[in-house]
Each structure stands twice: as structure tokens, then as C-alpha cells.
Design a protein. Sequence first.
Length: 100
Amino acid sequence: IDYRRGQAAALQRQAMAHLDKGDPDKALSLASDARKLCRAIMDKQGETNLLNTMAHASLKLCMQSDEALRAMEGQKNTHAQKEHSSALRRASREALAHAK
């Protein structure tokens, strides 16, 4: 149990570092892996902390997608705008699914 708890903590720290570097995709992946470890050992506090990290990563993904969409508003490429809107909605759904 202690080994997995330490492994989960290390993954969470890596996730936070990736989040700070502006890589929320990697952060979300690492936090998800760490959450699985916490669930396996029934570490509710660790899982709660990881859900918080995952929420921050998902929010960062949404913000990045929103920024890209705003940058495209002046352009006439509506197809690309629709793709970014779709990506933003998908990121929101994924954040909600991770929270469940």
C-alpha cells in the first residue's frame, strides 16, 4: 500500500509540473493514472486531491481551446471555429466524466 501511495503522490507531482508548464493533456493523463492507484488502495484523500488536479487540467484545456477559438473569430474559417467549439465541448464532457 505504501509503495502505491508514494507512486500516486509522485504521479500527482508530475501532473502538477506538466500543468504549470502548460501541458494539461499530459497532466490529465498522469493524474488519471494516479487516481487509479488511489482507488486501488482506497485512499480517499489522495483521490480527492487528484480529482482537484484533474479539474484544474480540464479547465486549462477548456481555456486553451477557448483562447484558440477567440483568436480565430476574426478569421472567416468557420470550419475551424466549429472544430474548436467541438473540442471545447468535448473537454468539458471529459472533465465531467472524470469527476464521476
